[in-house]
Design a protein around this ligand. Structure first.
Ligand SMILES: [Zn+2]
Length: 258
């Protein structure tokens, strides 16, 4: 059985757009207005968790996590300190909202680029509390099984053998919170690879976070227009060169480590 959520088209119409030809002024650069008119949930400079002004989903509470005060930065370019602090902030806030028990489940994800579903270019993530939906109903541990690219105690980085939807899905499975900085490093590698070493036409990705079986998982997906096999028939295509991709990522990013 599928899950359906109601999307409020009347609210979506007012949304600003800075991606894909949109010409709105960037609302996330304008912190003065955010502090004057917005609802700030948590501030830990430069990170800011605010209420999403555009609550487009019924039975949900949508929040935006602004990652940086620079409009042209991205996860693939952050220095290590910023990267590590960001992931700790994001996972920490997500967990806190889960623990409030106000929602049936809480999702944390990120859009980047025109094909990702994102409308604002300024780097941000989203946390959404779902009143009656449990996102885990459609997620299995198999979604995170793959060919190992790299691993360290408490964290594994792999390429999905059983992608949920797209051809290329990187997984990071964190079984020990002590390894969270390594998780952040792996996320950065996956995104850098997608943006610089794969089809450069799309320049779009998503990161989806999950909490499952006592672990925190991240799935990083290259986004391109949806495949007709998937859209029409729910058939997922798996590339026959997954092991080549694993070797390419290893040779570019992990050469000095055996
Ligand atoms: Zn901006």
């Amino acid at each position: 059985m599928k899950t359906y959520m109601t999307f409020r088209t009347n609210i979506a119409r007012g949304k600003p757009m800075t991606n894909g030809g949109g010409d709105s002024a960037c609302p996330f650069c304008d912190r003065e207005t955010i502090f004057r008119e917005g609802v700030v949930i948590r501030q830990e400079d430069p990170f800011l968790l605010i209420e999403n002004k555009f609550q487009t989903l019924d039975h949900a509470y949508q929040m935006v996590l602004i990652e940086t005060d620079a409009c042209d930065e991205d996860l693939s370019t952050y220095g290590k300190e910023h990267l590590h602090a960001l992931l700790r902030f994001a996972i920490g806030q997500w967990e806190e909202i889960e623990k409030s028990r106000k929602y049936r489940s809480v999702i944390l994800f990120k859009n980047h680029g025109v094909h990702s579903g994102g409308s604002i270019q300024h780097a941000h993530m989203q946390i959404v509390g779902l009143n009656d939906v449990d996102y885990r109903e459609h997620v299995t541990e198999q979604d995170f099984e793959g060919y190992t690219i790299h691993r360290q105690p408490g964290v594994e980085f792999n390429l999905s053998k059983y992608p949920r939807a797209a051809f290329t899905e990187f997984n990071i499975v964190l079984s020990d919170m002590g390894a969270i900085d390594s998780m952040a490093d792996y996320i950065q590698v996956a995104i850098h690879f997608i943006l610089n070493h794969m089809n450069k036409r799309f320049q779009s990705y998503n990161i989806f976070f999950y909490r499952l079986a006592g672990k925190v998982m991240a799935k990083i997906v290259l986004r391109a227009p949806g495949s007709p096999y998937l859209m029409g028939y729910s058939i997922v295509q798996v590339p026959n060169n997954l092991e080549d991709v694993v070797q390419r990522v290893q040779s570019i990013y992990f050469t000095n480590i055996t």
